[in-house]
Ligand binder design. Structure first.
Ligand code: NYM
Length: 212
């Protein structure tokens, strides 16, 4: 049976690495090459759970650390049926952050193991490609607006970066590290090449489950 599903492509990185700009450019490029594609982002601040998360990030509301971790995960699970449906309809999804941000940010807090942080996201659709936009946290801090939301300090971002590096050792995922200090167009060209390859390979494979 021929199977032509869309690809699940995730962009990750520390804050201010340019993920959102690159997601938008990638969606446009995929569409122009004739592949239906849409962008989604996590947290999705539009849902009820997303509004709680947003108030927490904007420091308008405090939440206990385990609680907010589980809310970030719940915010992915509430969109899981839509993600699966779109992929099965042949639409590729470009995702601005996913479970890897969830694990990297919470496990950068004292007392949280990677294993505990990963468990609520086990079984989500597994990305076909995870692009990690690598940028020195000190350079990221100079890119403006840094410090407005929770977690936006160079010290915390350094701890987040170390957690991402641990997650990247997982051979069950297709991680590609991109140097985000390059120009927007150079970064885009690299991302596009990896994404087209991953989309070609994904179309004949069933959707796998993350960390299973
Ligand atoms: N974040 C994001 C988490 O702590 N856990 C998660 O699961 C996700 C998806 O929220 N600092 C953090 C990372 C960012 C912030 O920022 C979301 P933005 O600018 O909306 O990507």
């Amino acid at each position: 049976m021929s199977y032509r599903r869309g690809a699940l492509i995730v962009l990750e990185g520390v804050d201010r690495a340019g993920k959102t700009t690159q997601c938008m450019k990638l969606v446009q490029a995929l569409q122009q090459s004739g592949r239906p594609a849409e962008m989604i982002r996590f947290p999705d601040r539009t849902t009820k759970i997303g509004q709680l998360i947003s108030a927490y990030l904007e420091k308008k509301h405090n939440l206990e650390d385990h609680t907010v971790h589980l809310l970030f995960s719940a915010n992915r699970w509430e969109l899981e049926p839509m993600i699966r449906q779109k992929l099965e309809q042949g639409i590729s999804l470009v995702v601005d952050r996913y479970a890897f941000s969830g694990v990297a940010f919470t496990s950068a807090k004292p007392g949280f193991s990677l294993e505990w942080c990963m468990s609520p996201d086990v079984g989500l659709p597994r990305p076909d490609l995870v692009l990690f936009l690598e940028l020195n946290p000190a350079v990221a801090a100079q890119r403006g607006e840094f410090g407005a939301e929770r977690y936006e300090t160079s010290e915390f971002q350094k701890a987040v970066m170390q957690r991402f590096q641990q997650l990247m050792k997982d051979p069950s995922l297709n991680w590609q590290v991109i140097d985000a200090a390059k120009s927007i167009e150079d970064v885009h060209a690299e991302i596009k090449t990896h994404s087209e390859e991953a989309a070609e390979a994904a179309q004949h494979q069933p959707i796998a489950e993350l960390w299973k």
